[in-house]
Design a binder for this molecule. Structure first.
Ligand code: FBP
Length: 693
């Protein structure tokens, strides 16, 4: 047989066929997995019962702009007791609904569509579901597909938003609202489901208001891996503990981080620096820290609250107040990191894993000020000149030049320039890559794009520089295990006890630290000579040199960014069940006439049996926020609550997890994301901890 025949035979072999199929057994298993249904969905005959006990303070602006939906109550999906012919007819009527993804992907989105589709078809097989393609653009440009059984089955329990894709376009003008309405009317839609984050739910509320006279209902669904859509009523009752996608992304990140922890602890030479998504809030970092027990993690919300008490005290002694003591600086943060690295190294652990939240810059005073000022400058330029700042000044030099002109008052002769000479001076001290990052184009909602900035680089460059200083000062050293020192010296026929007092700060300690003043072979020799262990004419004994070399730290890092991988990943069992029931809930809210509500599941932090399907008024979750240099009405993000159980537990454990001691590391292995399995975690750790009363 010739080589060509062999090749053909291999290609035609059934094993080759199976092994190169797109659909592997894991995908088949996922697609066949059947999420549980909340008990109420055993029936299609539901009604909505108002939950007036849950109240929210109203925002005046929201009342003005969203008058038709501002008074919506919280609603619970309950059983319909009257299943008369009329009720049945109402429930089994043929309907057309629309669905759209909006914003970044989040695992579980396809299951929202599956739940919506299954329920729609269960009530009437002739009902139709239209998916708008590429997010809001699909709505504006009337680009849609009719969602079929086959499409749904191919995407059940699968990650991504690839079925109909997504986009970040904002529907923020009357003209766009009209276009969207026109599209929905032309399809004869009874309702539209917007699956999105805070900005997209804001959009959903405005659409609900705009569509109300046309009788088209709009329901939002809380999506975002960032986990910053959480809702509690004024009395503190949690109505929605977390947005969907959070658990899956956190687990995917944690799986990778725990693998890196294994790597770090095995070849003991790297610090793995993991930047983890979360544009503003640090929920993902907190969950990943709890999942992996990484040696270091930073919660932006905690850094933002930082107060330098030493500095305050010093100023107080002079009868002054030092306002610069409030808030953390990049320099101070880098010092905290260095301190942890040095402490671990003293116990021979010149390696580790740290987690930095993507949005950490928001919590660093000096940078936050730059971000706010630059947002305003860019927005003002765009409005005043009706041009785009980034098109007008495409290069960094042109942008810097524009800023310089503002700081010199050349563009604003009347008032105080928003960008002053001090800003200009400080900004120019930043490395170019970071200046570019801070000047990057804002997204369509006016958000700063943290994912585009190499935050970890700016922080770690400062850390590396300062560690160099600490090394020079003899502070940063790798501790040498006592037993190792002894056996090593003995194996070279040297008496360990003879040299230890001259070499180490505490010769009896389990980990031996070379004295701070010994920072080079020259200073080592001096120490040996002054201890009368060596005469100046002689060379340092080889084994002593080797011990010294071992104590010298080399700081090596590997940086990683976890974000897009996790948000495109497959959903956990928790997210599979959660999102499928969100789809069912969205359907029942529309079927019962609700609009301007966000589908939600209450009691997510409890056993599945306690989950309840709800509708939460979006208009009540709004507040005014700075966007594109002006205040806008948007849904309020939930930040990490520093008094929450989850944060307090983390805070109590972090010293242990830093493991700056003679003991072992405490890494935890959460394992891969699966949709089933006996040991599969059924809820995020943050939720479980926060539910402890
Ligand atoms: P959503 O709020 O739309 O869910 O997106 C969140 C997020 O994944 C952030 O964590 C991240 O900062 C951002 O999207 C990245 O956005 P982009 O897709 O524009 O790169």
């Amino acid at each position: 047989m010739g080589a060509e025949d062999v090749r053909r035979q291999i290609l035609q072999h059934p094993v080759t066929g199976t092994m190169t199929e797109n659909i592997n057994p894991e995908t088949k298993e996922r697609r066949n997995f059947v999420p549980k249904r909340i008990k109420i969905f055993d029936t299609v005959y539901t009604r909505l019962s108002d939950q007036v006990q849950y109240r929210f303070a109203a925002n005046k602006e929201a009342g003005k702009l969203l008058p038709d939906i501002i008074n919506n109550p919280v609603q619970k999906v309950t059983k319909h007791t009257d299943i008369s012919g009329a009720t049945q007819k109402q429930y089994h009527k043929k309907r057309s609904l629309g669905v759209v993804f909006s914003g970044g992907p989040a695992p579980g989105g396809h299951n929202v569509i599956a739940g919506l589709f299954d329920e729609l078809k269960a009530c009437n097989k002739d009902s139709r579901l239209f998916g708008f393609v590429l997010g809001s653009d699909g709505l504006l440009e009337s680009r849609y597909v009719e969602i079929t059984q086959q499409m749904v089955d191919a995407h059940r329990n699968m990650g991504g938003f690839s079925m109909i894709k997504t986009g970040r376009t904002k529907i923020d003008t009357r003209q766009k609202m009209d276009q969207a309405l026109k599209t929905c009317k032309s399809l004869g839609l009874e309702g539209l489901v917007v699956i999105g984050g805070d900005d997209s739910n804001t959009n959903a509320a405005f659409l609900a208001q705009h569509f109300s006279s046309a009788g088209i209902r709009v329901i939002g669904v809380p999506k975002t891996i960032d986990g910053d859509i959480q809702v509690a009523s004024d009395d503190g009752t949690k109505l929605l503990a977390i947005s969907f996608g959070f658990h899956s992304a956190a687990r995917a990140f944690s799986q990778n981080i725990s693998n890196l922890a294994s790597d770090a602890a095995s070849d003991v030479k790297y610090w793995h620096v993991c930047k983890v998504m979360g544009r503003v809030a640090s929920h993902l970092t907190l969950e990943a820290a709890l999942q992996t027990h990484a040696n270091l993690a930073f919660i932006g919300e905690e850094l933002a609250e930082y107060v330098d008490t030493e500095r305050l005290k010093k100023a107080g002694e002079k009868g002054e107040i030092d306002y610069t003591a409030y808030g953390i600086t990049l320099r101070h943060l880098s010092r905290i990191i260095c301190d942890a690295i040095v402490r671990r190294a003293a116990f021979g652990k010149n390696y580790g894993v740290m987690i930095i939240p993507e949005g950490i810059l928001e919590s660093i005073n000096e940078i936050q000020i730059f971000i706010i000022k630059l947002n305003k400058i860019i927005a003002d330029y765009n409005t005043i000149h009706d041009l785009d700042f980034h098109r007008s000044f495409p290069t960094l030099n042109e942008k810097l030049d524009y800023l310089r002109r503002i700081s010199k008052g050349m563009l604003d002769r009347n008032g105080f320039p928003i960008w002053n000479l001090r800003d200009d001076e400080l900004f120019n001290q930043l490395p170019e890559f970071f200046q570019e990052g801070l000047l990057k184009e804002r997204d369509l909602h006016g958000n700063f794009q943290f994912s585009q900035v190499r935050t970890e680089k700016i922080i770690m460059d400062m850390v590396t520089d300062y560690l160099g200083v600490l090394k020079e000062q003899g502070v940063y050293k790798v501790g040498i295990e006592q037993s190792y020192y002894r056996s090593f010296m003995a194996s070279r026929d040297m008496d360990p006890d003879r040299y230890a007092p001259a070499l180490f700060t505490d010769p009896a300690a389990p980990f031996l630290l070379v004295k701070p003043k010994i920072i080079s072979l020259k200073t080592l020799k001096q120490a040996l000579v002054s201890a009368e262990l060596l005469v100046p004419e002689n060379e340092i004994p080889g084994p002593v040199t080797e011990i010294f070399r071992r104590s010298e730290p080399g700081f090596k890092i590997q940086t990683h960014f976890f974000g897009y991988d996790g948000r495109g990943g497959d959903p956990t069992a928790f997210d599979c069940h959660y999102t499928y029931n969100l789809g069912l809930t969205a359907y029942h809210l529309i079927a019962n006439g609700a609009t301007g509500q966000m589908a939600a599941i209450k009691n997510l932090e409890q056993e599945f049996e306690n989950w309840e399907a709800m509708g939460i008024p979006i208009a009540r979750l709004m507040h005014l926020e700075e966007r594109k240099g002006r205040l806008e009405l948007v849904m309020e993000k939930s930040m990490v609550d520093l008094s929450s159980n989850a944060f307090q537990v983390y805070k109590a454990c972090r010293e242990k997890w830093l493991a700056a001691d003679a003991g072992e590391d405490h890494f935890r292995k959460p394992g891969p994301v699966r949709c089933k399995g006996r040991t599969e975690e059924d809820r995020p750790i943050t939720l479980v901890l926060n539910a402890i009363s």
